[in-house]
Design a protein around this ligand. Structure first.
Ligand SMILES: *Cc1c(COP(=O)(O)O)cnc(C)c1O
Length: 741
């Protein structure tokens, strides 16, 4: 019996060849085992269970057709082939079809379980993480990441998964993964917290010949198995897997990777079309799955061994190098050889991906984004052709429409029991035109200093419509503020104690900003440890009876994630309830908010407003006023930055523009992708779509990049104006003067 086993790399990120060979040697001491690989660096070439080695040229140089022909020839002469590399399995399945000597899955079976394997998960009745293909619009990608608080993975089409943490990281990872795998057909996947476990099995023509479950006991820094415990697959999932495997007529080895969450739910991450590298661990536990596979495929009886142990560990071994396979020296130690990931892995999968897909990066395209009538009207209103650039322009019509929708939602959810008020954060953008609009729409003003209180009053806000917050609210000390503000929230217990001793109180409601245990923030009154909690309780209890008590929580949902924000709201409600119990005072005003991204505010918060109001009055029955702070959700879309094109540069399919704006006028350029508009020759406005171009700022600074991953149409010429939308929040308030002489 002659068996070909491929995928011999056996470093800390191993392929299965060595494990498969050890198991087959145990089951078939007299079989002839040929190790197949494509890199002299694969350490398993030297493993003694291989009788001989077939070392091919690396994937970049290999003549694929001739390779497939030689495989077919070996199979025709009675050999059996067990593919150990994902893409090699795909290549052989595509070119050889169903051939009895190829003990691997067919192309259609692999397609049925391709990533993301949401359908497979539902058939197995396990959960699957939410995913989003990168073909989705840039706005949807952002939304997905924000919802999950940036705890997401960017995954390659076959393998490789990288953790994303921010918009900047996402952009860098997307470019590097697209380059590695020659495709933008990547996807985002939410992170699931839990422990990893797998199911490995082998089947012939849809009939499972052996399977086991393996729970990782020790993992390497890359998350690879270093020790594990092998047990039978639970009956329920085993039966569903048998049915599924029968339906797709799977042949060959496979591994299903799962996460078991803290609530003991199983989440399916992926289905690999080959044995896992730890497969000999199953043999140690008495389930020699590779030998069972060969027995079924060849009809030859195997030797069975009783289990040695349920658990296995890996050790590092030195083995002699095989004669004739001298080791190459290390690559030249240049900085770039350390940085490029493509081709580094001895399995060479990225190299093969390039050959199989295409030489150039396959791009996914984005649908045009519609432009609203009001936005067009706003753009026409400020003279886009006159005035010197760069300048910031208010989009008044669009802003008014947006704010009305929010004000309307607050109004319809206000009742006799509970009044819902929106508050405008002055610091996010103190533009007096926006303050005037806020007042017209009936919003409150939310200040963080005495100067901001003064500004609000100067613009016509009554003290009873002003909320004072933050750690520096009494600055500047020489200024004063009226004693009749609506609410004031202490940022520390020290501040609260001082208020308790004051003769007059500055506001109708005095409250605390909650610093919730377990949620990272520098703001608010600490509630744990217990000594802190007791001090807060005493300070609240000693507030004069004439003052009404309020509670506030503010965390940026655009950073912590929309999903988590709602959980934290529940936490805040339960702490407020606890405080009520301990102090004997009820919370009569609740102020919640913060850092909403405009899309999330409109699509997630506003639709849930009714339910939220209901939930809050259920949890805290004394609440009379609910203040909601949308923060940048109001101001971000309210202004745009207008710039002019200074130069257009061509580089292959990449077109770049240099404009007269810069990060000094758009300091949030790297935080999120600003939508960019251009007026075509026919006078219509359109958003620039996704592409491979960039828009660079005028400053001689490496980080002065205003947009990347954007398509710069050839119609955009030197002297044209571009409008950067979404520049009305911190882009406006935190812009600075730089590089202007
Ligand atoms: C800054 C601030 C806001 C507004 O938050 P954004 O991050 O601008 O959305 C709301 N409330 C308080 C107390 C703030 O300090």
């Amino acid at each position: 019996m002659r068996l070909y086993i491929s995928g011999l790399n056996s470093d800390s990120n191993p392929s299965p060849g060595v494990g498969v060979a050890r198991s087959l040697r145990a089951g078939y001491p007299n079989a002839r085992l040929t190790g197949v690989d494509f890199s002299v660096r694969s350490s398993g070439l030297h493993w003694t269970d291989f009788d001989d080695i077939w070392l091919n040229r690396p994937w970049t140089e290999l003549d694929l057709d001739s390779f497939v022909e030689q495989v077919a020839d070996r199979i025709a002469r009675g050999g059996f082939w067990i593919p150990g590399l994902d893409l090699e399995a795909r290549l052989l399945a595509a070119k050889l079809g169903r051939s009895p000597g190829l003990i691997g899955p067919s192309a259609s079976a692999m397609a049925a379980v391709a990533k993301p394997c949401t359908e497979v998960a539902s058939r197995l009745q396990v959960r699957s993480p939410e995913t989003l293909p990168l073909a989705a619009s840039t706005a949807d990608q952002q939304r997905f990441c924000r919802f999950h608080g940036w705890r997401v993975w960017l995954k390659g089409p076959y393998y490789e998964a990288r953790r994303v943490g921010s918009w900047g990281q996402f952009q860098a990872l997307r470019d590097s993964l697209a380059e590695t795998w020659s495709t933008e057909r990547l996807h985002l996947q939410e992170d699931v917290i839990g422990h990893e476990e797998s199911i490995a099995f082998a089947a012939v023509a849809g009939h499972i010949v052996g399977m086991c479950r393996m729970v990782k006991r020790v993992v390497t820094q890359e998350g690879k198995t270093w020790a594990g415990r092998v047990t039978p697959v639970p009956d329920s999932i085993a039966q569903r897997l048998r049915d599924l495997v029968a339906d797709i007529e799977w042949t060959g080895g496979a591994e299903l990777e799962f996460i078991r969450s803290t609530s003991q739910e199983l989440w399916l991450l992926e289905w690999n079309p080959r044995f896992p590298a730890w497969i000999h661990g199953a043999t140690i536990a008495g389930k020699n799955i590779p030998a069972l596979l060969v027995a079924r495929a060849t009809g030859q009886p195997m030797i069975m061994f009783p289990p040695e142990a349920e658990e296995f560990v890996r050790v590092v071994l030195e083995v002699p190098c095989r004669k004739g396979y001298a080791l190459p020296p290390l690559a030249e130690p240049t900085p770039s050889s350390r940085m490029s990931s493509a081709g580094k892995h001895p399995s060479g999968m990225p190299l093969l991906a390039r050959r199989l897909l295409s030489a150039t990066v396959e791009r996914v395209h984005e649908e045009p984004i519609p432009v609203s009538k009001s936005l067009t009207a706003d753009l026409e209103a400020f003279c886009v052709d006159g005035g010197s650039t760069p300048f910031s322009a208010l989009l008044s019509g669009t802003t008014q429409q947006r704010w009305r929708r929010s004000a309307h939602a607050a109004a319809i959810h206000s009742g006799s029991q509970l009044d819902v008020r929106l508050a405008y954060s002055i610091k996010t953008n103190p533009d007096v035109r926006l303050l005037a609009l806020a007042r017209r729409e009936g919003l409150m003003a939310e200040a963080i200093s005495r100067t901001e209180v003064a500004l609000a009053m100067d613009r016509g806000f009554a003290p009873a419509d002003i909320i004072l917050n933050g750690p520096g609210k009494h600055w500047p000390t020489e200024a004063s503020h009226p004693n009749s503000l609506f609410a004031l929230f202490s940022d520390s217990v020290e501040e609260l104690e001082k208020l308790g001793q004051a003769r007059t109180l500055p506001a109708e409601y005095v409250g605390i900003r909650l610093r919730l245990p377990g949620v990272e923030s520098r703001f608010g009154v600490r509630l744990d440890p217990y000594s802190c909690f007791m001090r807060v309780v005493e300070a609240v209890a000693s507030l004069p009876q004439s003052v009404r008590f309020a509670a506030h929580f503010h965390l940026a949902s655009s950073t912590i994630g929309v999903k988590l924000w709602w959980q934290v709201l529940e936490t805040a409600l339960s702490w407020a309830k606890t405080l009520e119990g301990a102090t004997g005072r009820s919370v009569e005003c609740l102020d919640v908010g913060g850092g909403w991204f405009p899309d999330d505010w409109e699509e997630n918060f506003l639709p849930a407003m009714g339910e939220t109001v209901h939930r809050i009055s259920q949890a805290l029955s004394g609440v009379r006023t609910l203040i909601v702070e949308p923060g940048k959700a109001l101001s971000q879309p309210a202004a745009a930055l207008v710039v002019s094109v200074l130069e257009a540069r061509e580089a292959g399919d990449k077109r770049e523009l240099v404009v007269d704006g810069s990060v000094a006028e758009l300091p949030e350029a790297a935080a999120y992708p600003h939508r960019v508009m251009h007026r075509a020759e026919d006078g219509t406005w359109a958003f620039l779509r996704r592409g491979s171009g960039r828009i660079l700022g005028r400053l001689c600074m490496e980080n002065d990049i205003l947009r990347s991953n954007v398509n710069v149409p050839s119609g955009v010429q030197v002297g044209d104006r571009l409008v950067f939308c979404d520049a009305g929040a911190y882009d406006a308030s935190m812009s600075y003067s730089f590089g202007k002489g």
